[in-house]
Design a protein around this ligand. Structure first.
Ligand code: NZQ
Ligand code: ZN
Length: 393
C-alpha cells in the first residue's frame, strides 16, 4: 500500500577525521578473522590509504590478503578472481577500500563465497535470489553511489551492466573520512554529487502517496548537495563541504529519502546502466546526460511533483501555468548540472549513438527491467528509445 514502508539500515557509520585507521578494530568487532582488502586502481595506494588500513589490521593481529584492480563499472572477471583468492586463503570478511565500484565488487565476492555451489552471475541475471552473503565493511573514498549503506551491487559483464538488490549485502560498517575524498579529480567529485542527487530524485518523482517528512528530508538533501557541490567546485579542499556531501551520499541511497513512496521511479538509472554497458561512461555523468530528456518526456504525467521540485528545490518563481513552472525547474537543474561541469546530453557526455545504437540501448534496457520501468510515467521500449534520441544533443 502507498504510504507503508520498511526501512532497514543496519550499517554502523563511523564518520570523521582519520576513521580509516580504525578498520582493524571494526573488522574484529564484527567477527572477521581473515580479510580480503579489495581496492581499485592506484588512488588508494598513491595516497597511502591502503598502507594505513593494512597497519590497522596488523595492529589487531588480523591476517589479510589484498586484491586491487577494480575498474569503474566493475567487471565480473575481477569478482571471480577475488572469489578464488578468498577460497584459497580462507577469507571470512571483505573490506572494500574505495568507491561504489570497489564496494559493489566486494559485495559480489561476498555473495559468491556464501553460496559457493552456485555461480554468482545468476544473481545479476535474476535467475535466482541470494540467500546468504559474507560480511563486509567499507572504507569510503568517493561520495557518490551510496553503496556503503545500500542494498545494491551493480556488476558489468559481456555487454551488460546489471544490479542485484538485497538487504543481505548491506555493509556491517562504513568508515567515512571526508578528507579522503580531497584527492578526487573535480569531474569525479561533480559526478558523485550528481549521482547523490539522482538517488533522491528517483525517489521523489513518483505518482501516488508521499509523506511530508520524507519530502522535506529529500528537498533538504538536494539543496544541501547543490550548495556544497558549488563550494567544492571553487574550493576542492573544503573539508566541511566534503563532509556534507559524504553524509548526503549515504542518506540518499540507504532508503531514507524514499520512505512512504511507491518504490521510486528509477528510469534514469536504468537508462544510464545501458550507457555504462555500451560506452563505459562515468555513472553520474551518464545520469545527468539523460535526465533533462527524461524529465521533459515524463513531466506532464507527474506535473505536481515537477512543480513542487521547481519551487521547493530549485527556488524558481512560479510561472503563469503549472507546466511553465515545471519547465523552469527542469531548466534550472539542467543549468546547475552544467555549472558543475556535468553533461546534459549524450553529445556532451562524449558519445554519439547511431540509429542502431538507439534501438539496441532501448531494447537492452527494456529487457533488463522486464518490459516496463517508472513511476513518474511508466516507460516501455518505444519510450526509452524516444528518450535516448531526445538526449542526443
Ligand atoms: O580506481 P581508483 O584508482 O581508486 O580510481 C577511482 C576511479 O577511477 C577514483 N577514485 C575513487 N576514490 C578516489 C579516487 N581518485 C582519487 N581519490 C579518491 N579518494 O574514482 C574513479 C571512480 O570510482 P568508482 O568507484 O567507479 O565511482 P563511484 O563511487 O561513482 O561508483 C560507480 C559505480 O557504482 C555503481 C555505478 O553504476 C558504478 O558502477 N552504483 C552502485 C550503486 C549501489 N551499489 O548502491 C548505486 C548507484 O546508483 C550506482 O549504480
Ligand atoms: Zn546512481
Amino acid at each position: 500500500m502507498n504510504g507503508d514502508f520498511t526501512l532497514f539500515t543496519p550499517t554502523k557509520v563511523v564518520f570523521g577525521h582519520d576513521v580509516e585507521t580504525r578498520a582493524g578494530e571494526f573488522v574484529k568487532a564484527f567477527g572477521g578473522t581473515k580479510v580480503l582488502i579489495h581496492y581499485g586502481g592506484q588512488s588508494a595506494v598513491r595516497s597511502g590509504l591502503l598502507a594505513r588500513v593494512e597497519d590497522s589490521l596488523k595492529k589487531e593481529n588480523i591476517p589479510y590478503v589484498t586484491l586491487g584492480g577494480v575498474v569503474p563499472n566493475p567487471r565480473l572477471e575481477k569478482v571471480y578472481e577475488g572469489v578464488a583468492l578468498c577460497k584459497a586463503n580462507g577469507v571470512d570478511f571483505l573490506l572494500a577500500v574505495g568507491g561504489g565500484s570497489v564496494i559493489d565488487s566486494a559485495k559480489a565476492i561476498a555473495y559468491a563465497l556464501a553460496e559457493p555451489e552456485h555461480d554468482v552471475k545468476e544473481l545479476y541475471e535474476h535467475t535466482r535470489a541470494p540467500k546468504a552473503c559474507y560480511p563486509l565493511g567499507v572504507v569510503l573514498t568517493l561520495s557518490a553511489s551510496g553503496s556503503e549503506m545500500s542494498d545494491s551491487s551493480v556488476i558489468s559483464y559481456e555487454d551488460k551492466k546489471r544490479g542485484v538488490n538485497s538487504d543481505l549485502c548491506r555493509p556491517k560498517f562504513a568508515l567515512m573520512d571526508p578528507a579522503l575524498t580531497k584527492t578526487l579529480p573535480a569531474y569525479q567529485t561533480a559526478a558523485g554529487c550528481a549521482d547523490i542527487m539522482m538517488h533522491t530524485m528517483e525517489r521523489y518523482f513518483v505518482n501516488g502517496n508521499r509523506m511530508e517528512l520524507t519530502d522535506a528530508i529529500a528537498e533538504g538533501l538536494l539543496k544541501t548537495v547543490m550548495h556544497n557541490a558549488l563550494v567544492l567546485r571553487d574550493d576542492p579542499e573544503n573539508y566541511a563541504a566534503r563532509a556534507e556531501i559524504m553524509w548526503a551520499g549515504s542518506l540518499s541511497h540507504n532508503g531514507l529519502t524514499g520512505c512512504g513512496n511507491d518504490a521510486g521511479d528509477w528510469a534514469c538509472h536504468r537508462l544510464e546502466h545501458e550507457l555504462g554497458a555500451l560506452y563505459d561512461v562515468t555513472h553520474g555523468a551518464g545520469l545527468t546526460a539523460v535526465w533533462p530528456a527524461w524529465a521533459r518526456y515524463v513531466m506532464k504525467n507527474c506535473l505536481h511533483r515537477f512543480v513542487r521540485f521547481a519551487v521547493n528545490v530549485m527556488g524558481v518563481a512560479p510561472g503563469a501555468t503549472d507546466e511553465e513552472t515545471a519547465e523552469k525547474g527542469i531548466d534550472a537543474l539542467t543549468a546547475f548540472f552544467r555549472s558543475i561541469g556535468m553533461p546534459t546530453n549524450l553529445k556532451e557526455l562524449g558519445v554519439s549513438p547511431t540509429e542502431d545504437d538507439f534501438k539496441l540501448l532501448a531494447k537492452n534496457c527494456a529487457i533488463a527491467v522486464g518490459g516496463k520501468i517508472g513511476s513518474a510515467m511508466p516507460l516501455y521500449e518505444k519510450d526509452m528509445e524516444a528518450i535516448y534520441r531526445a538526449a542526443k544533443e
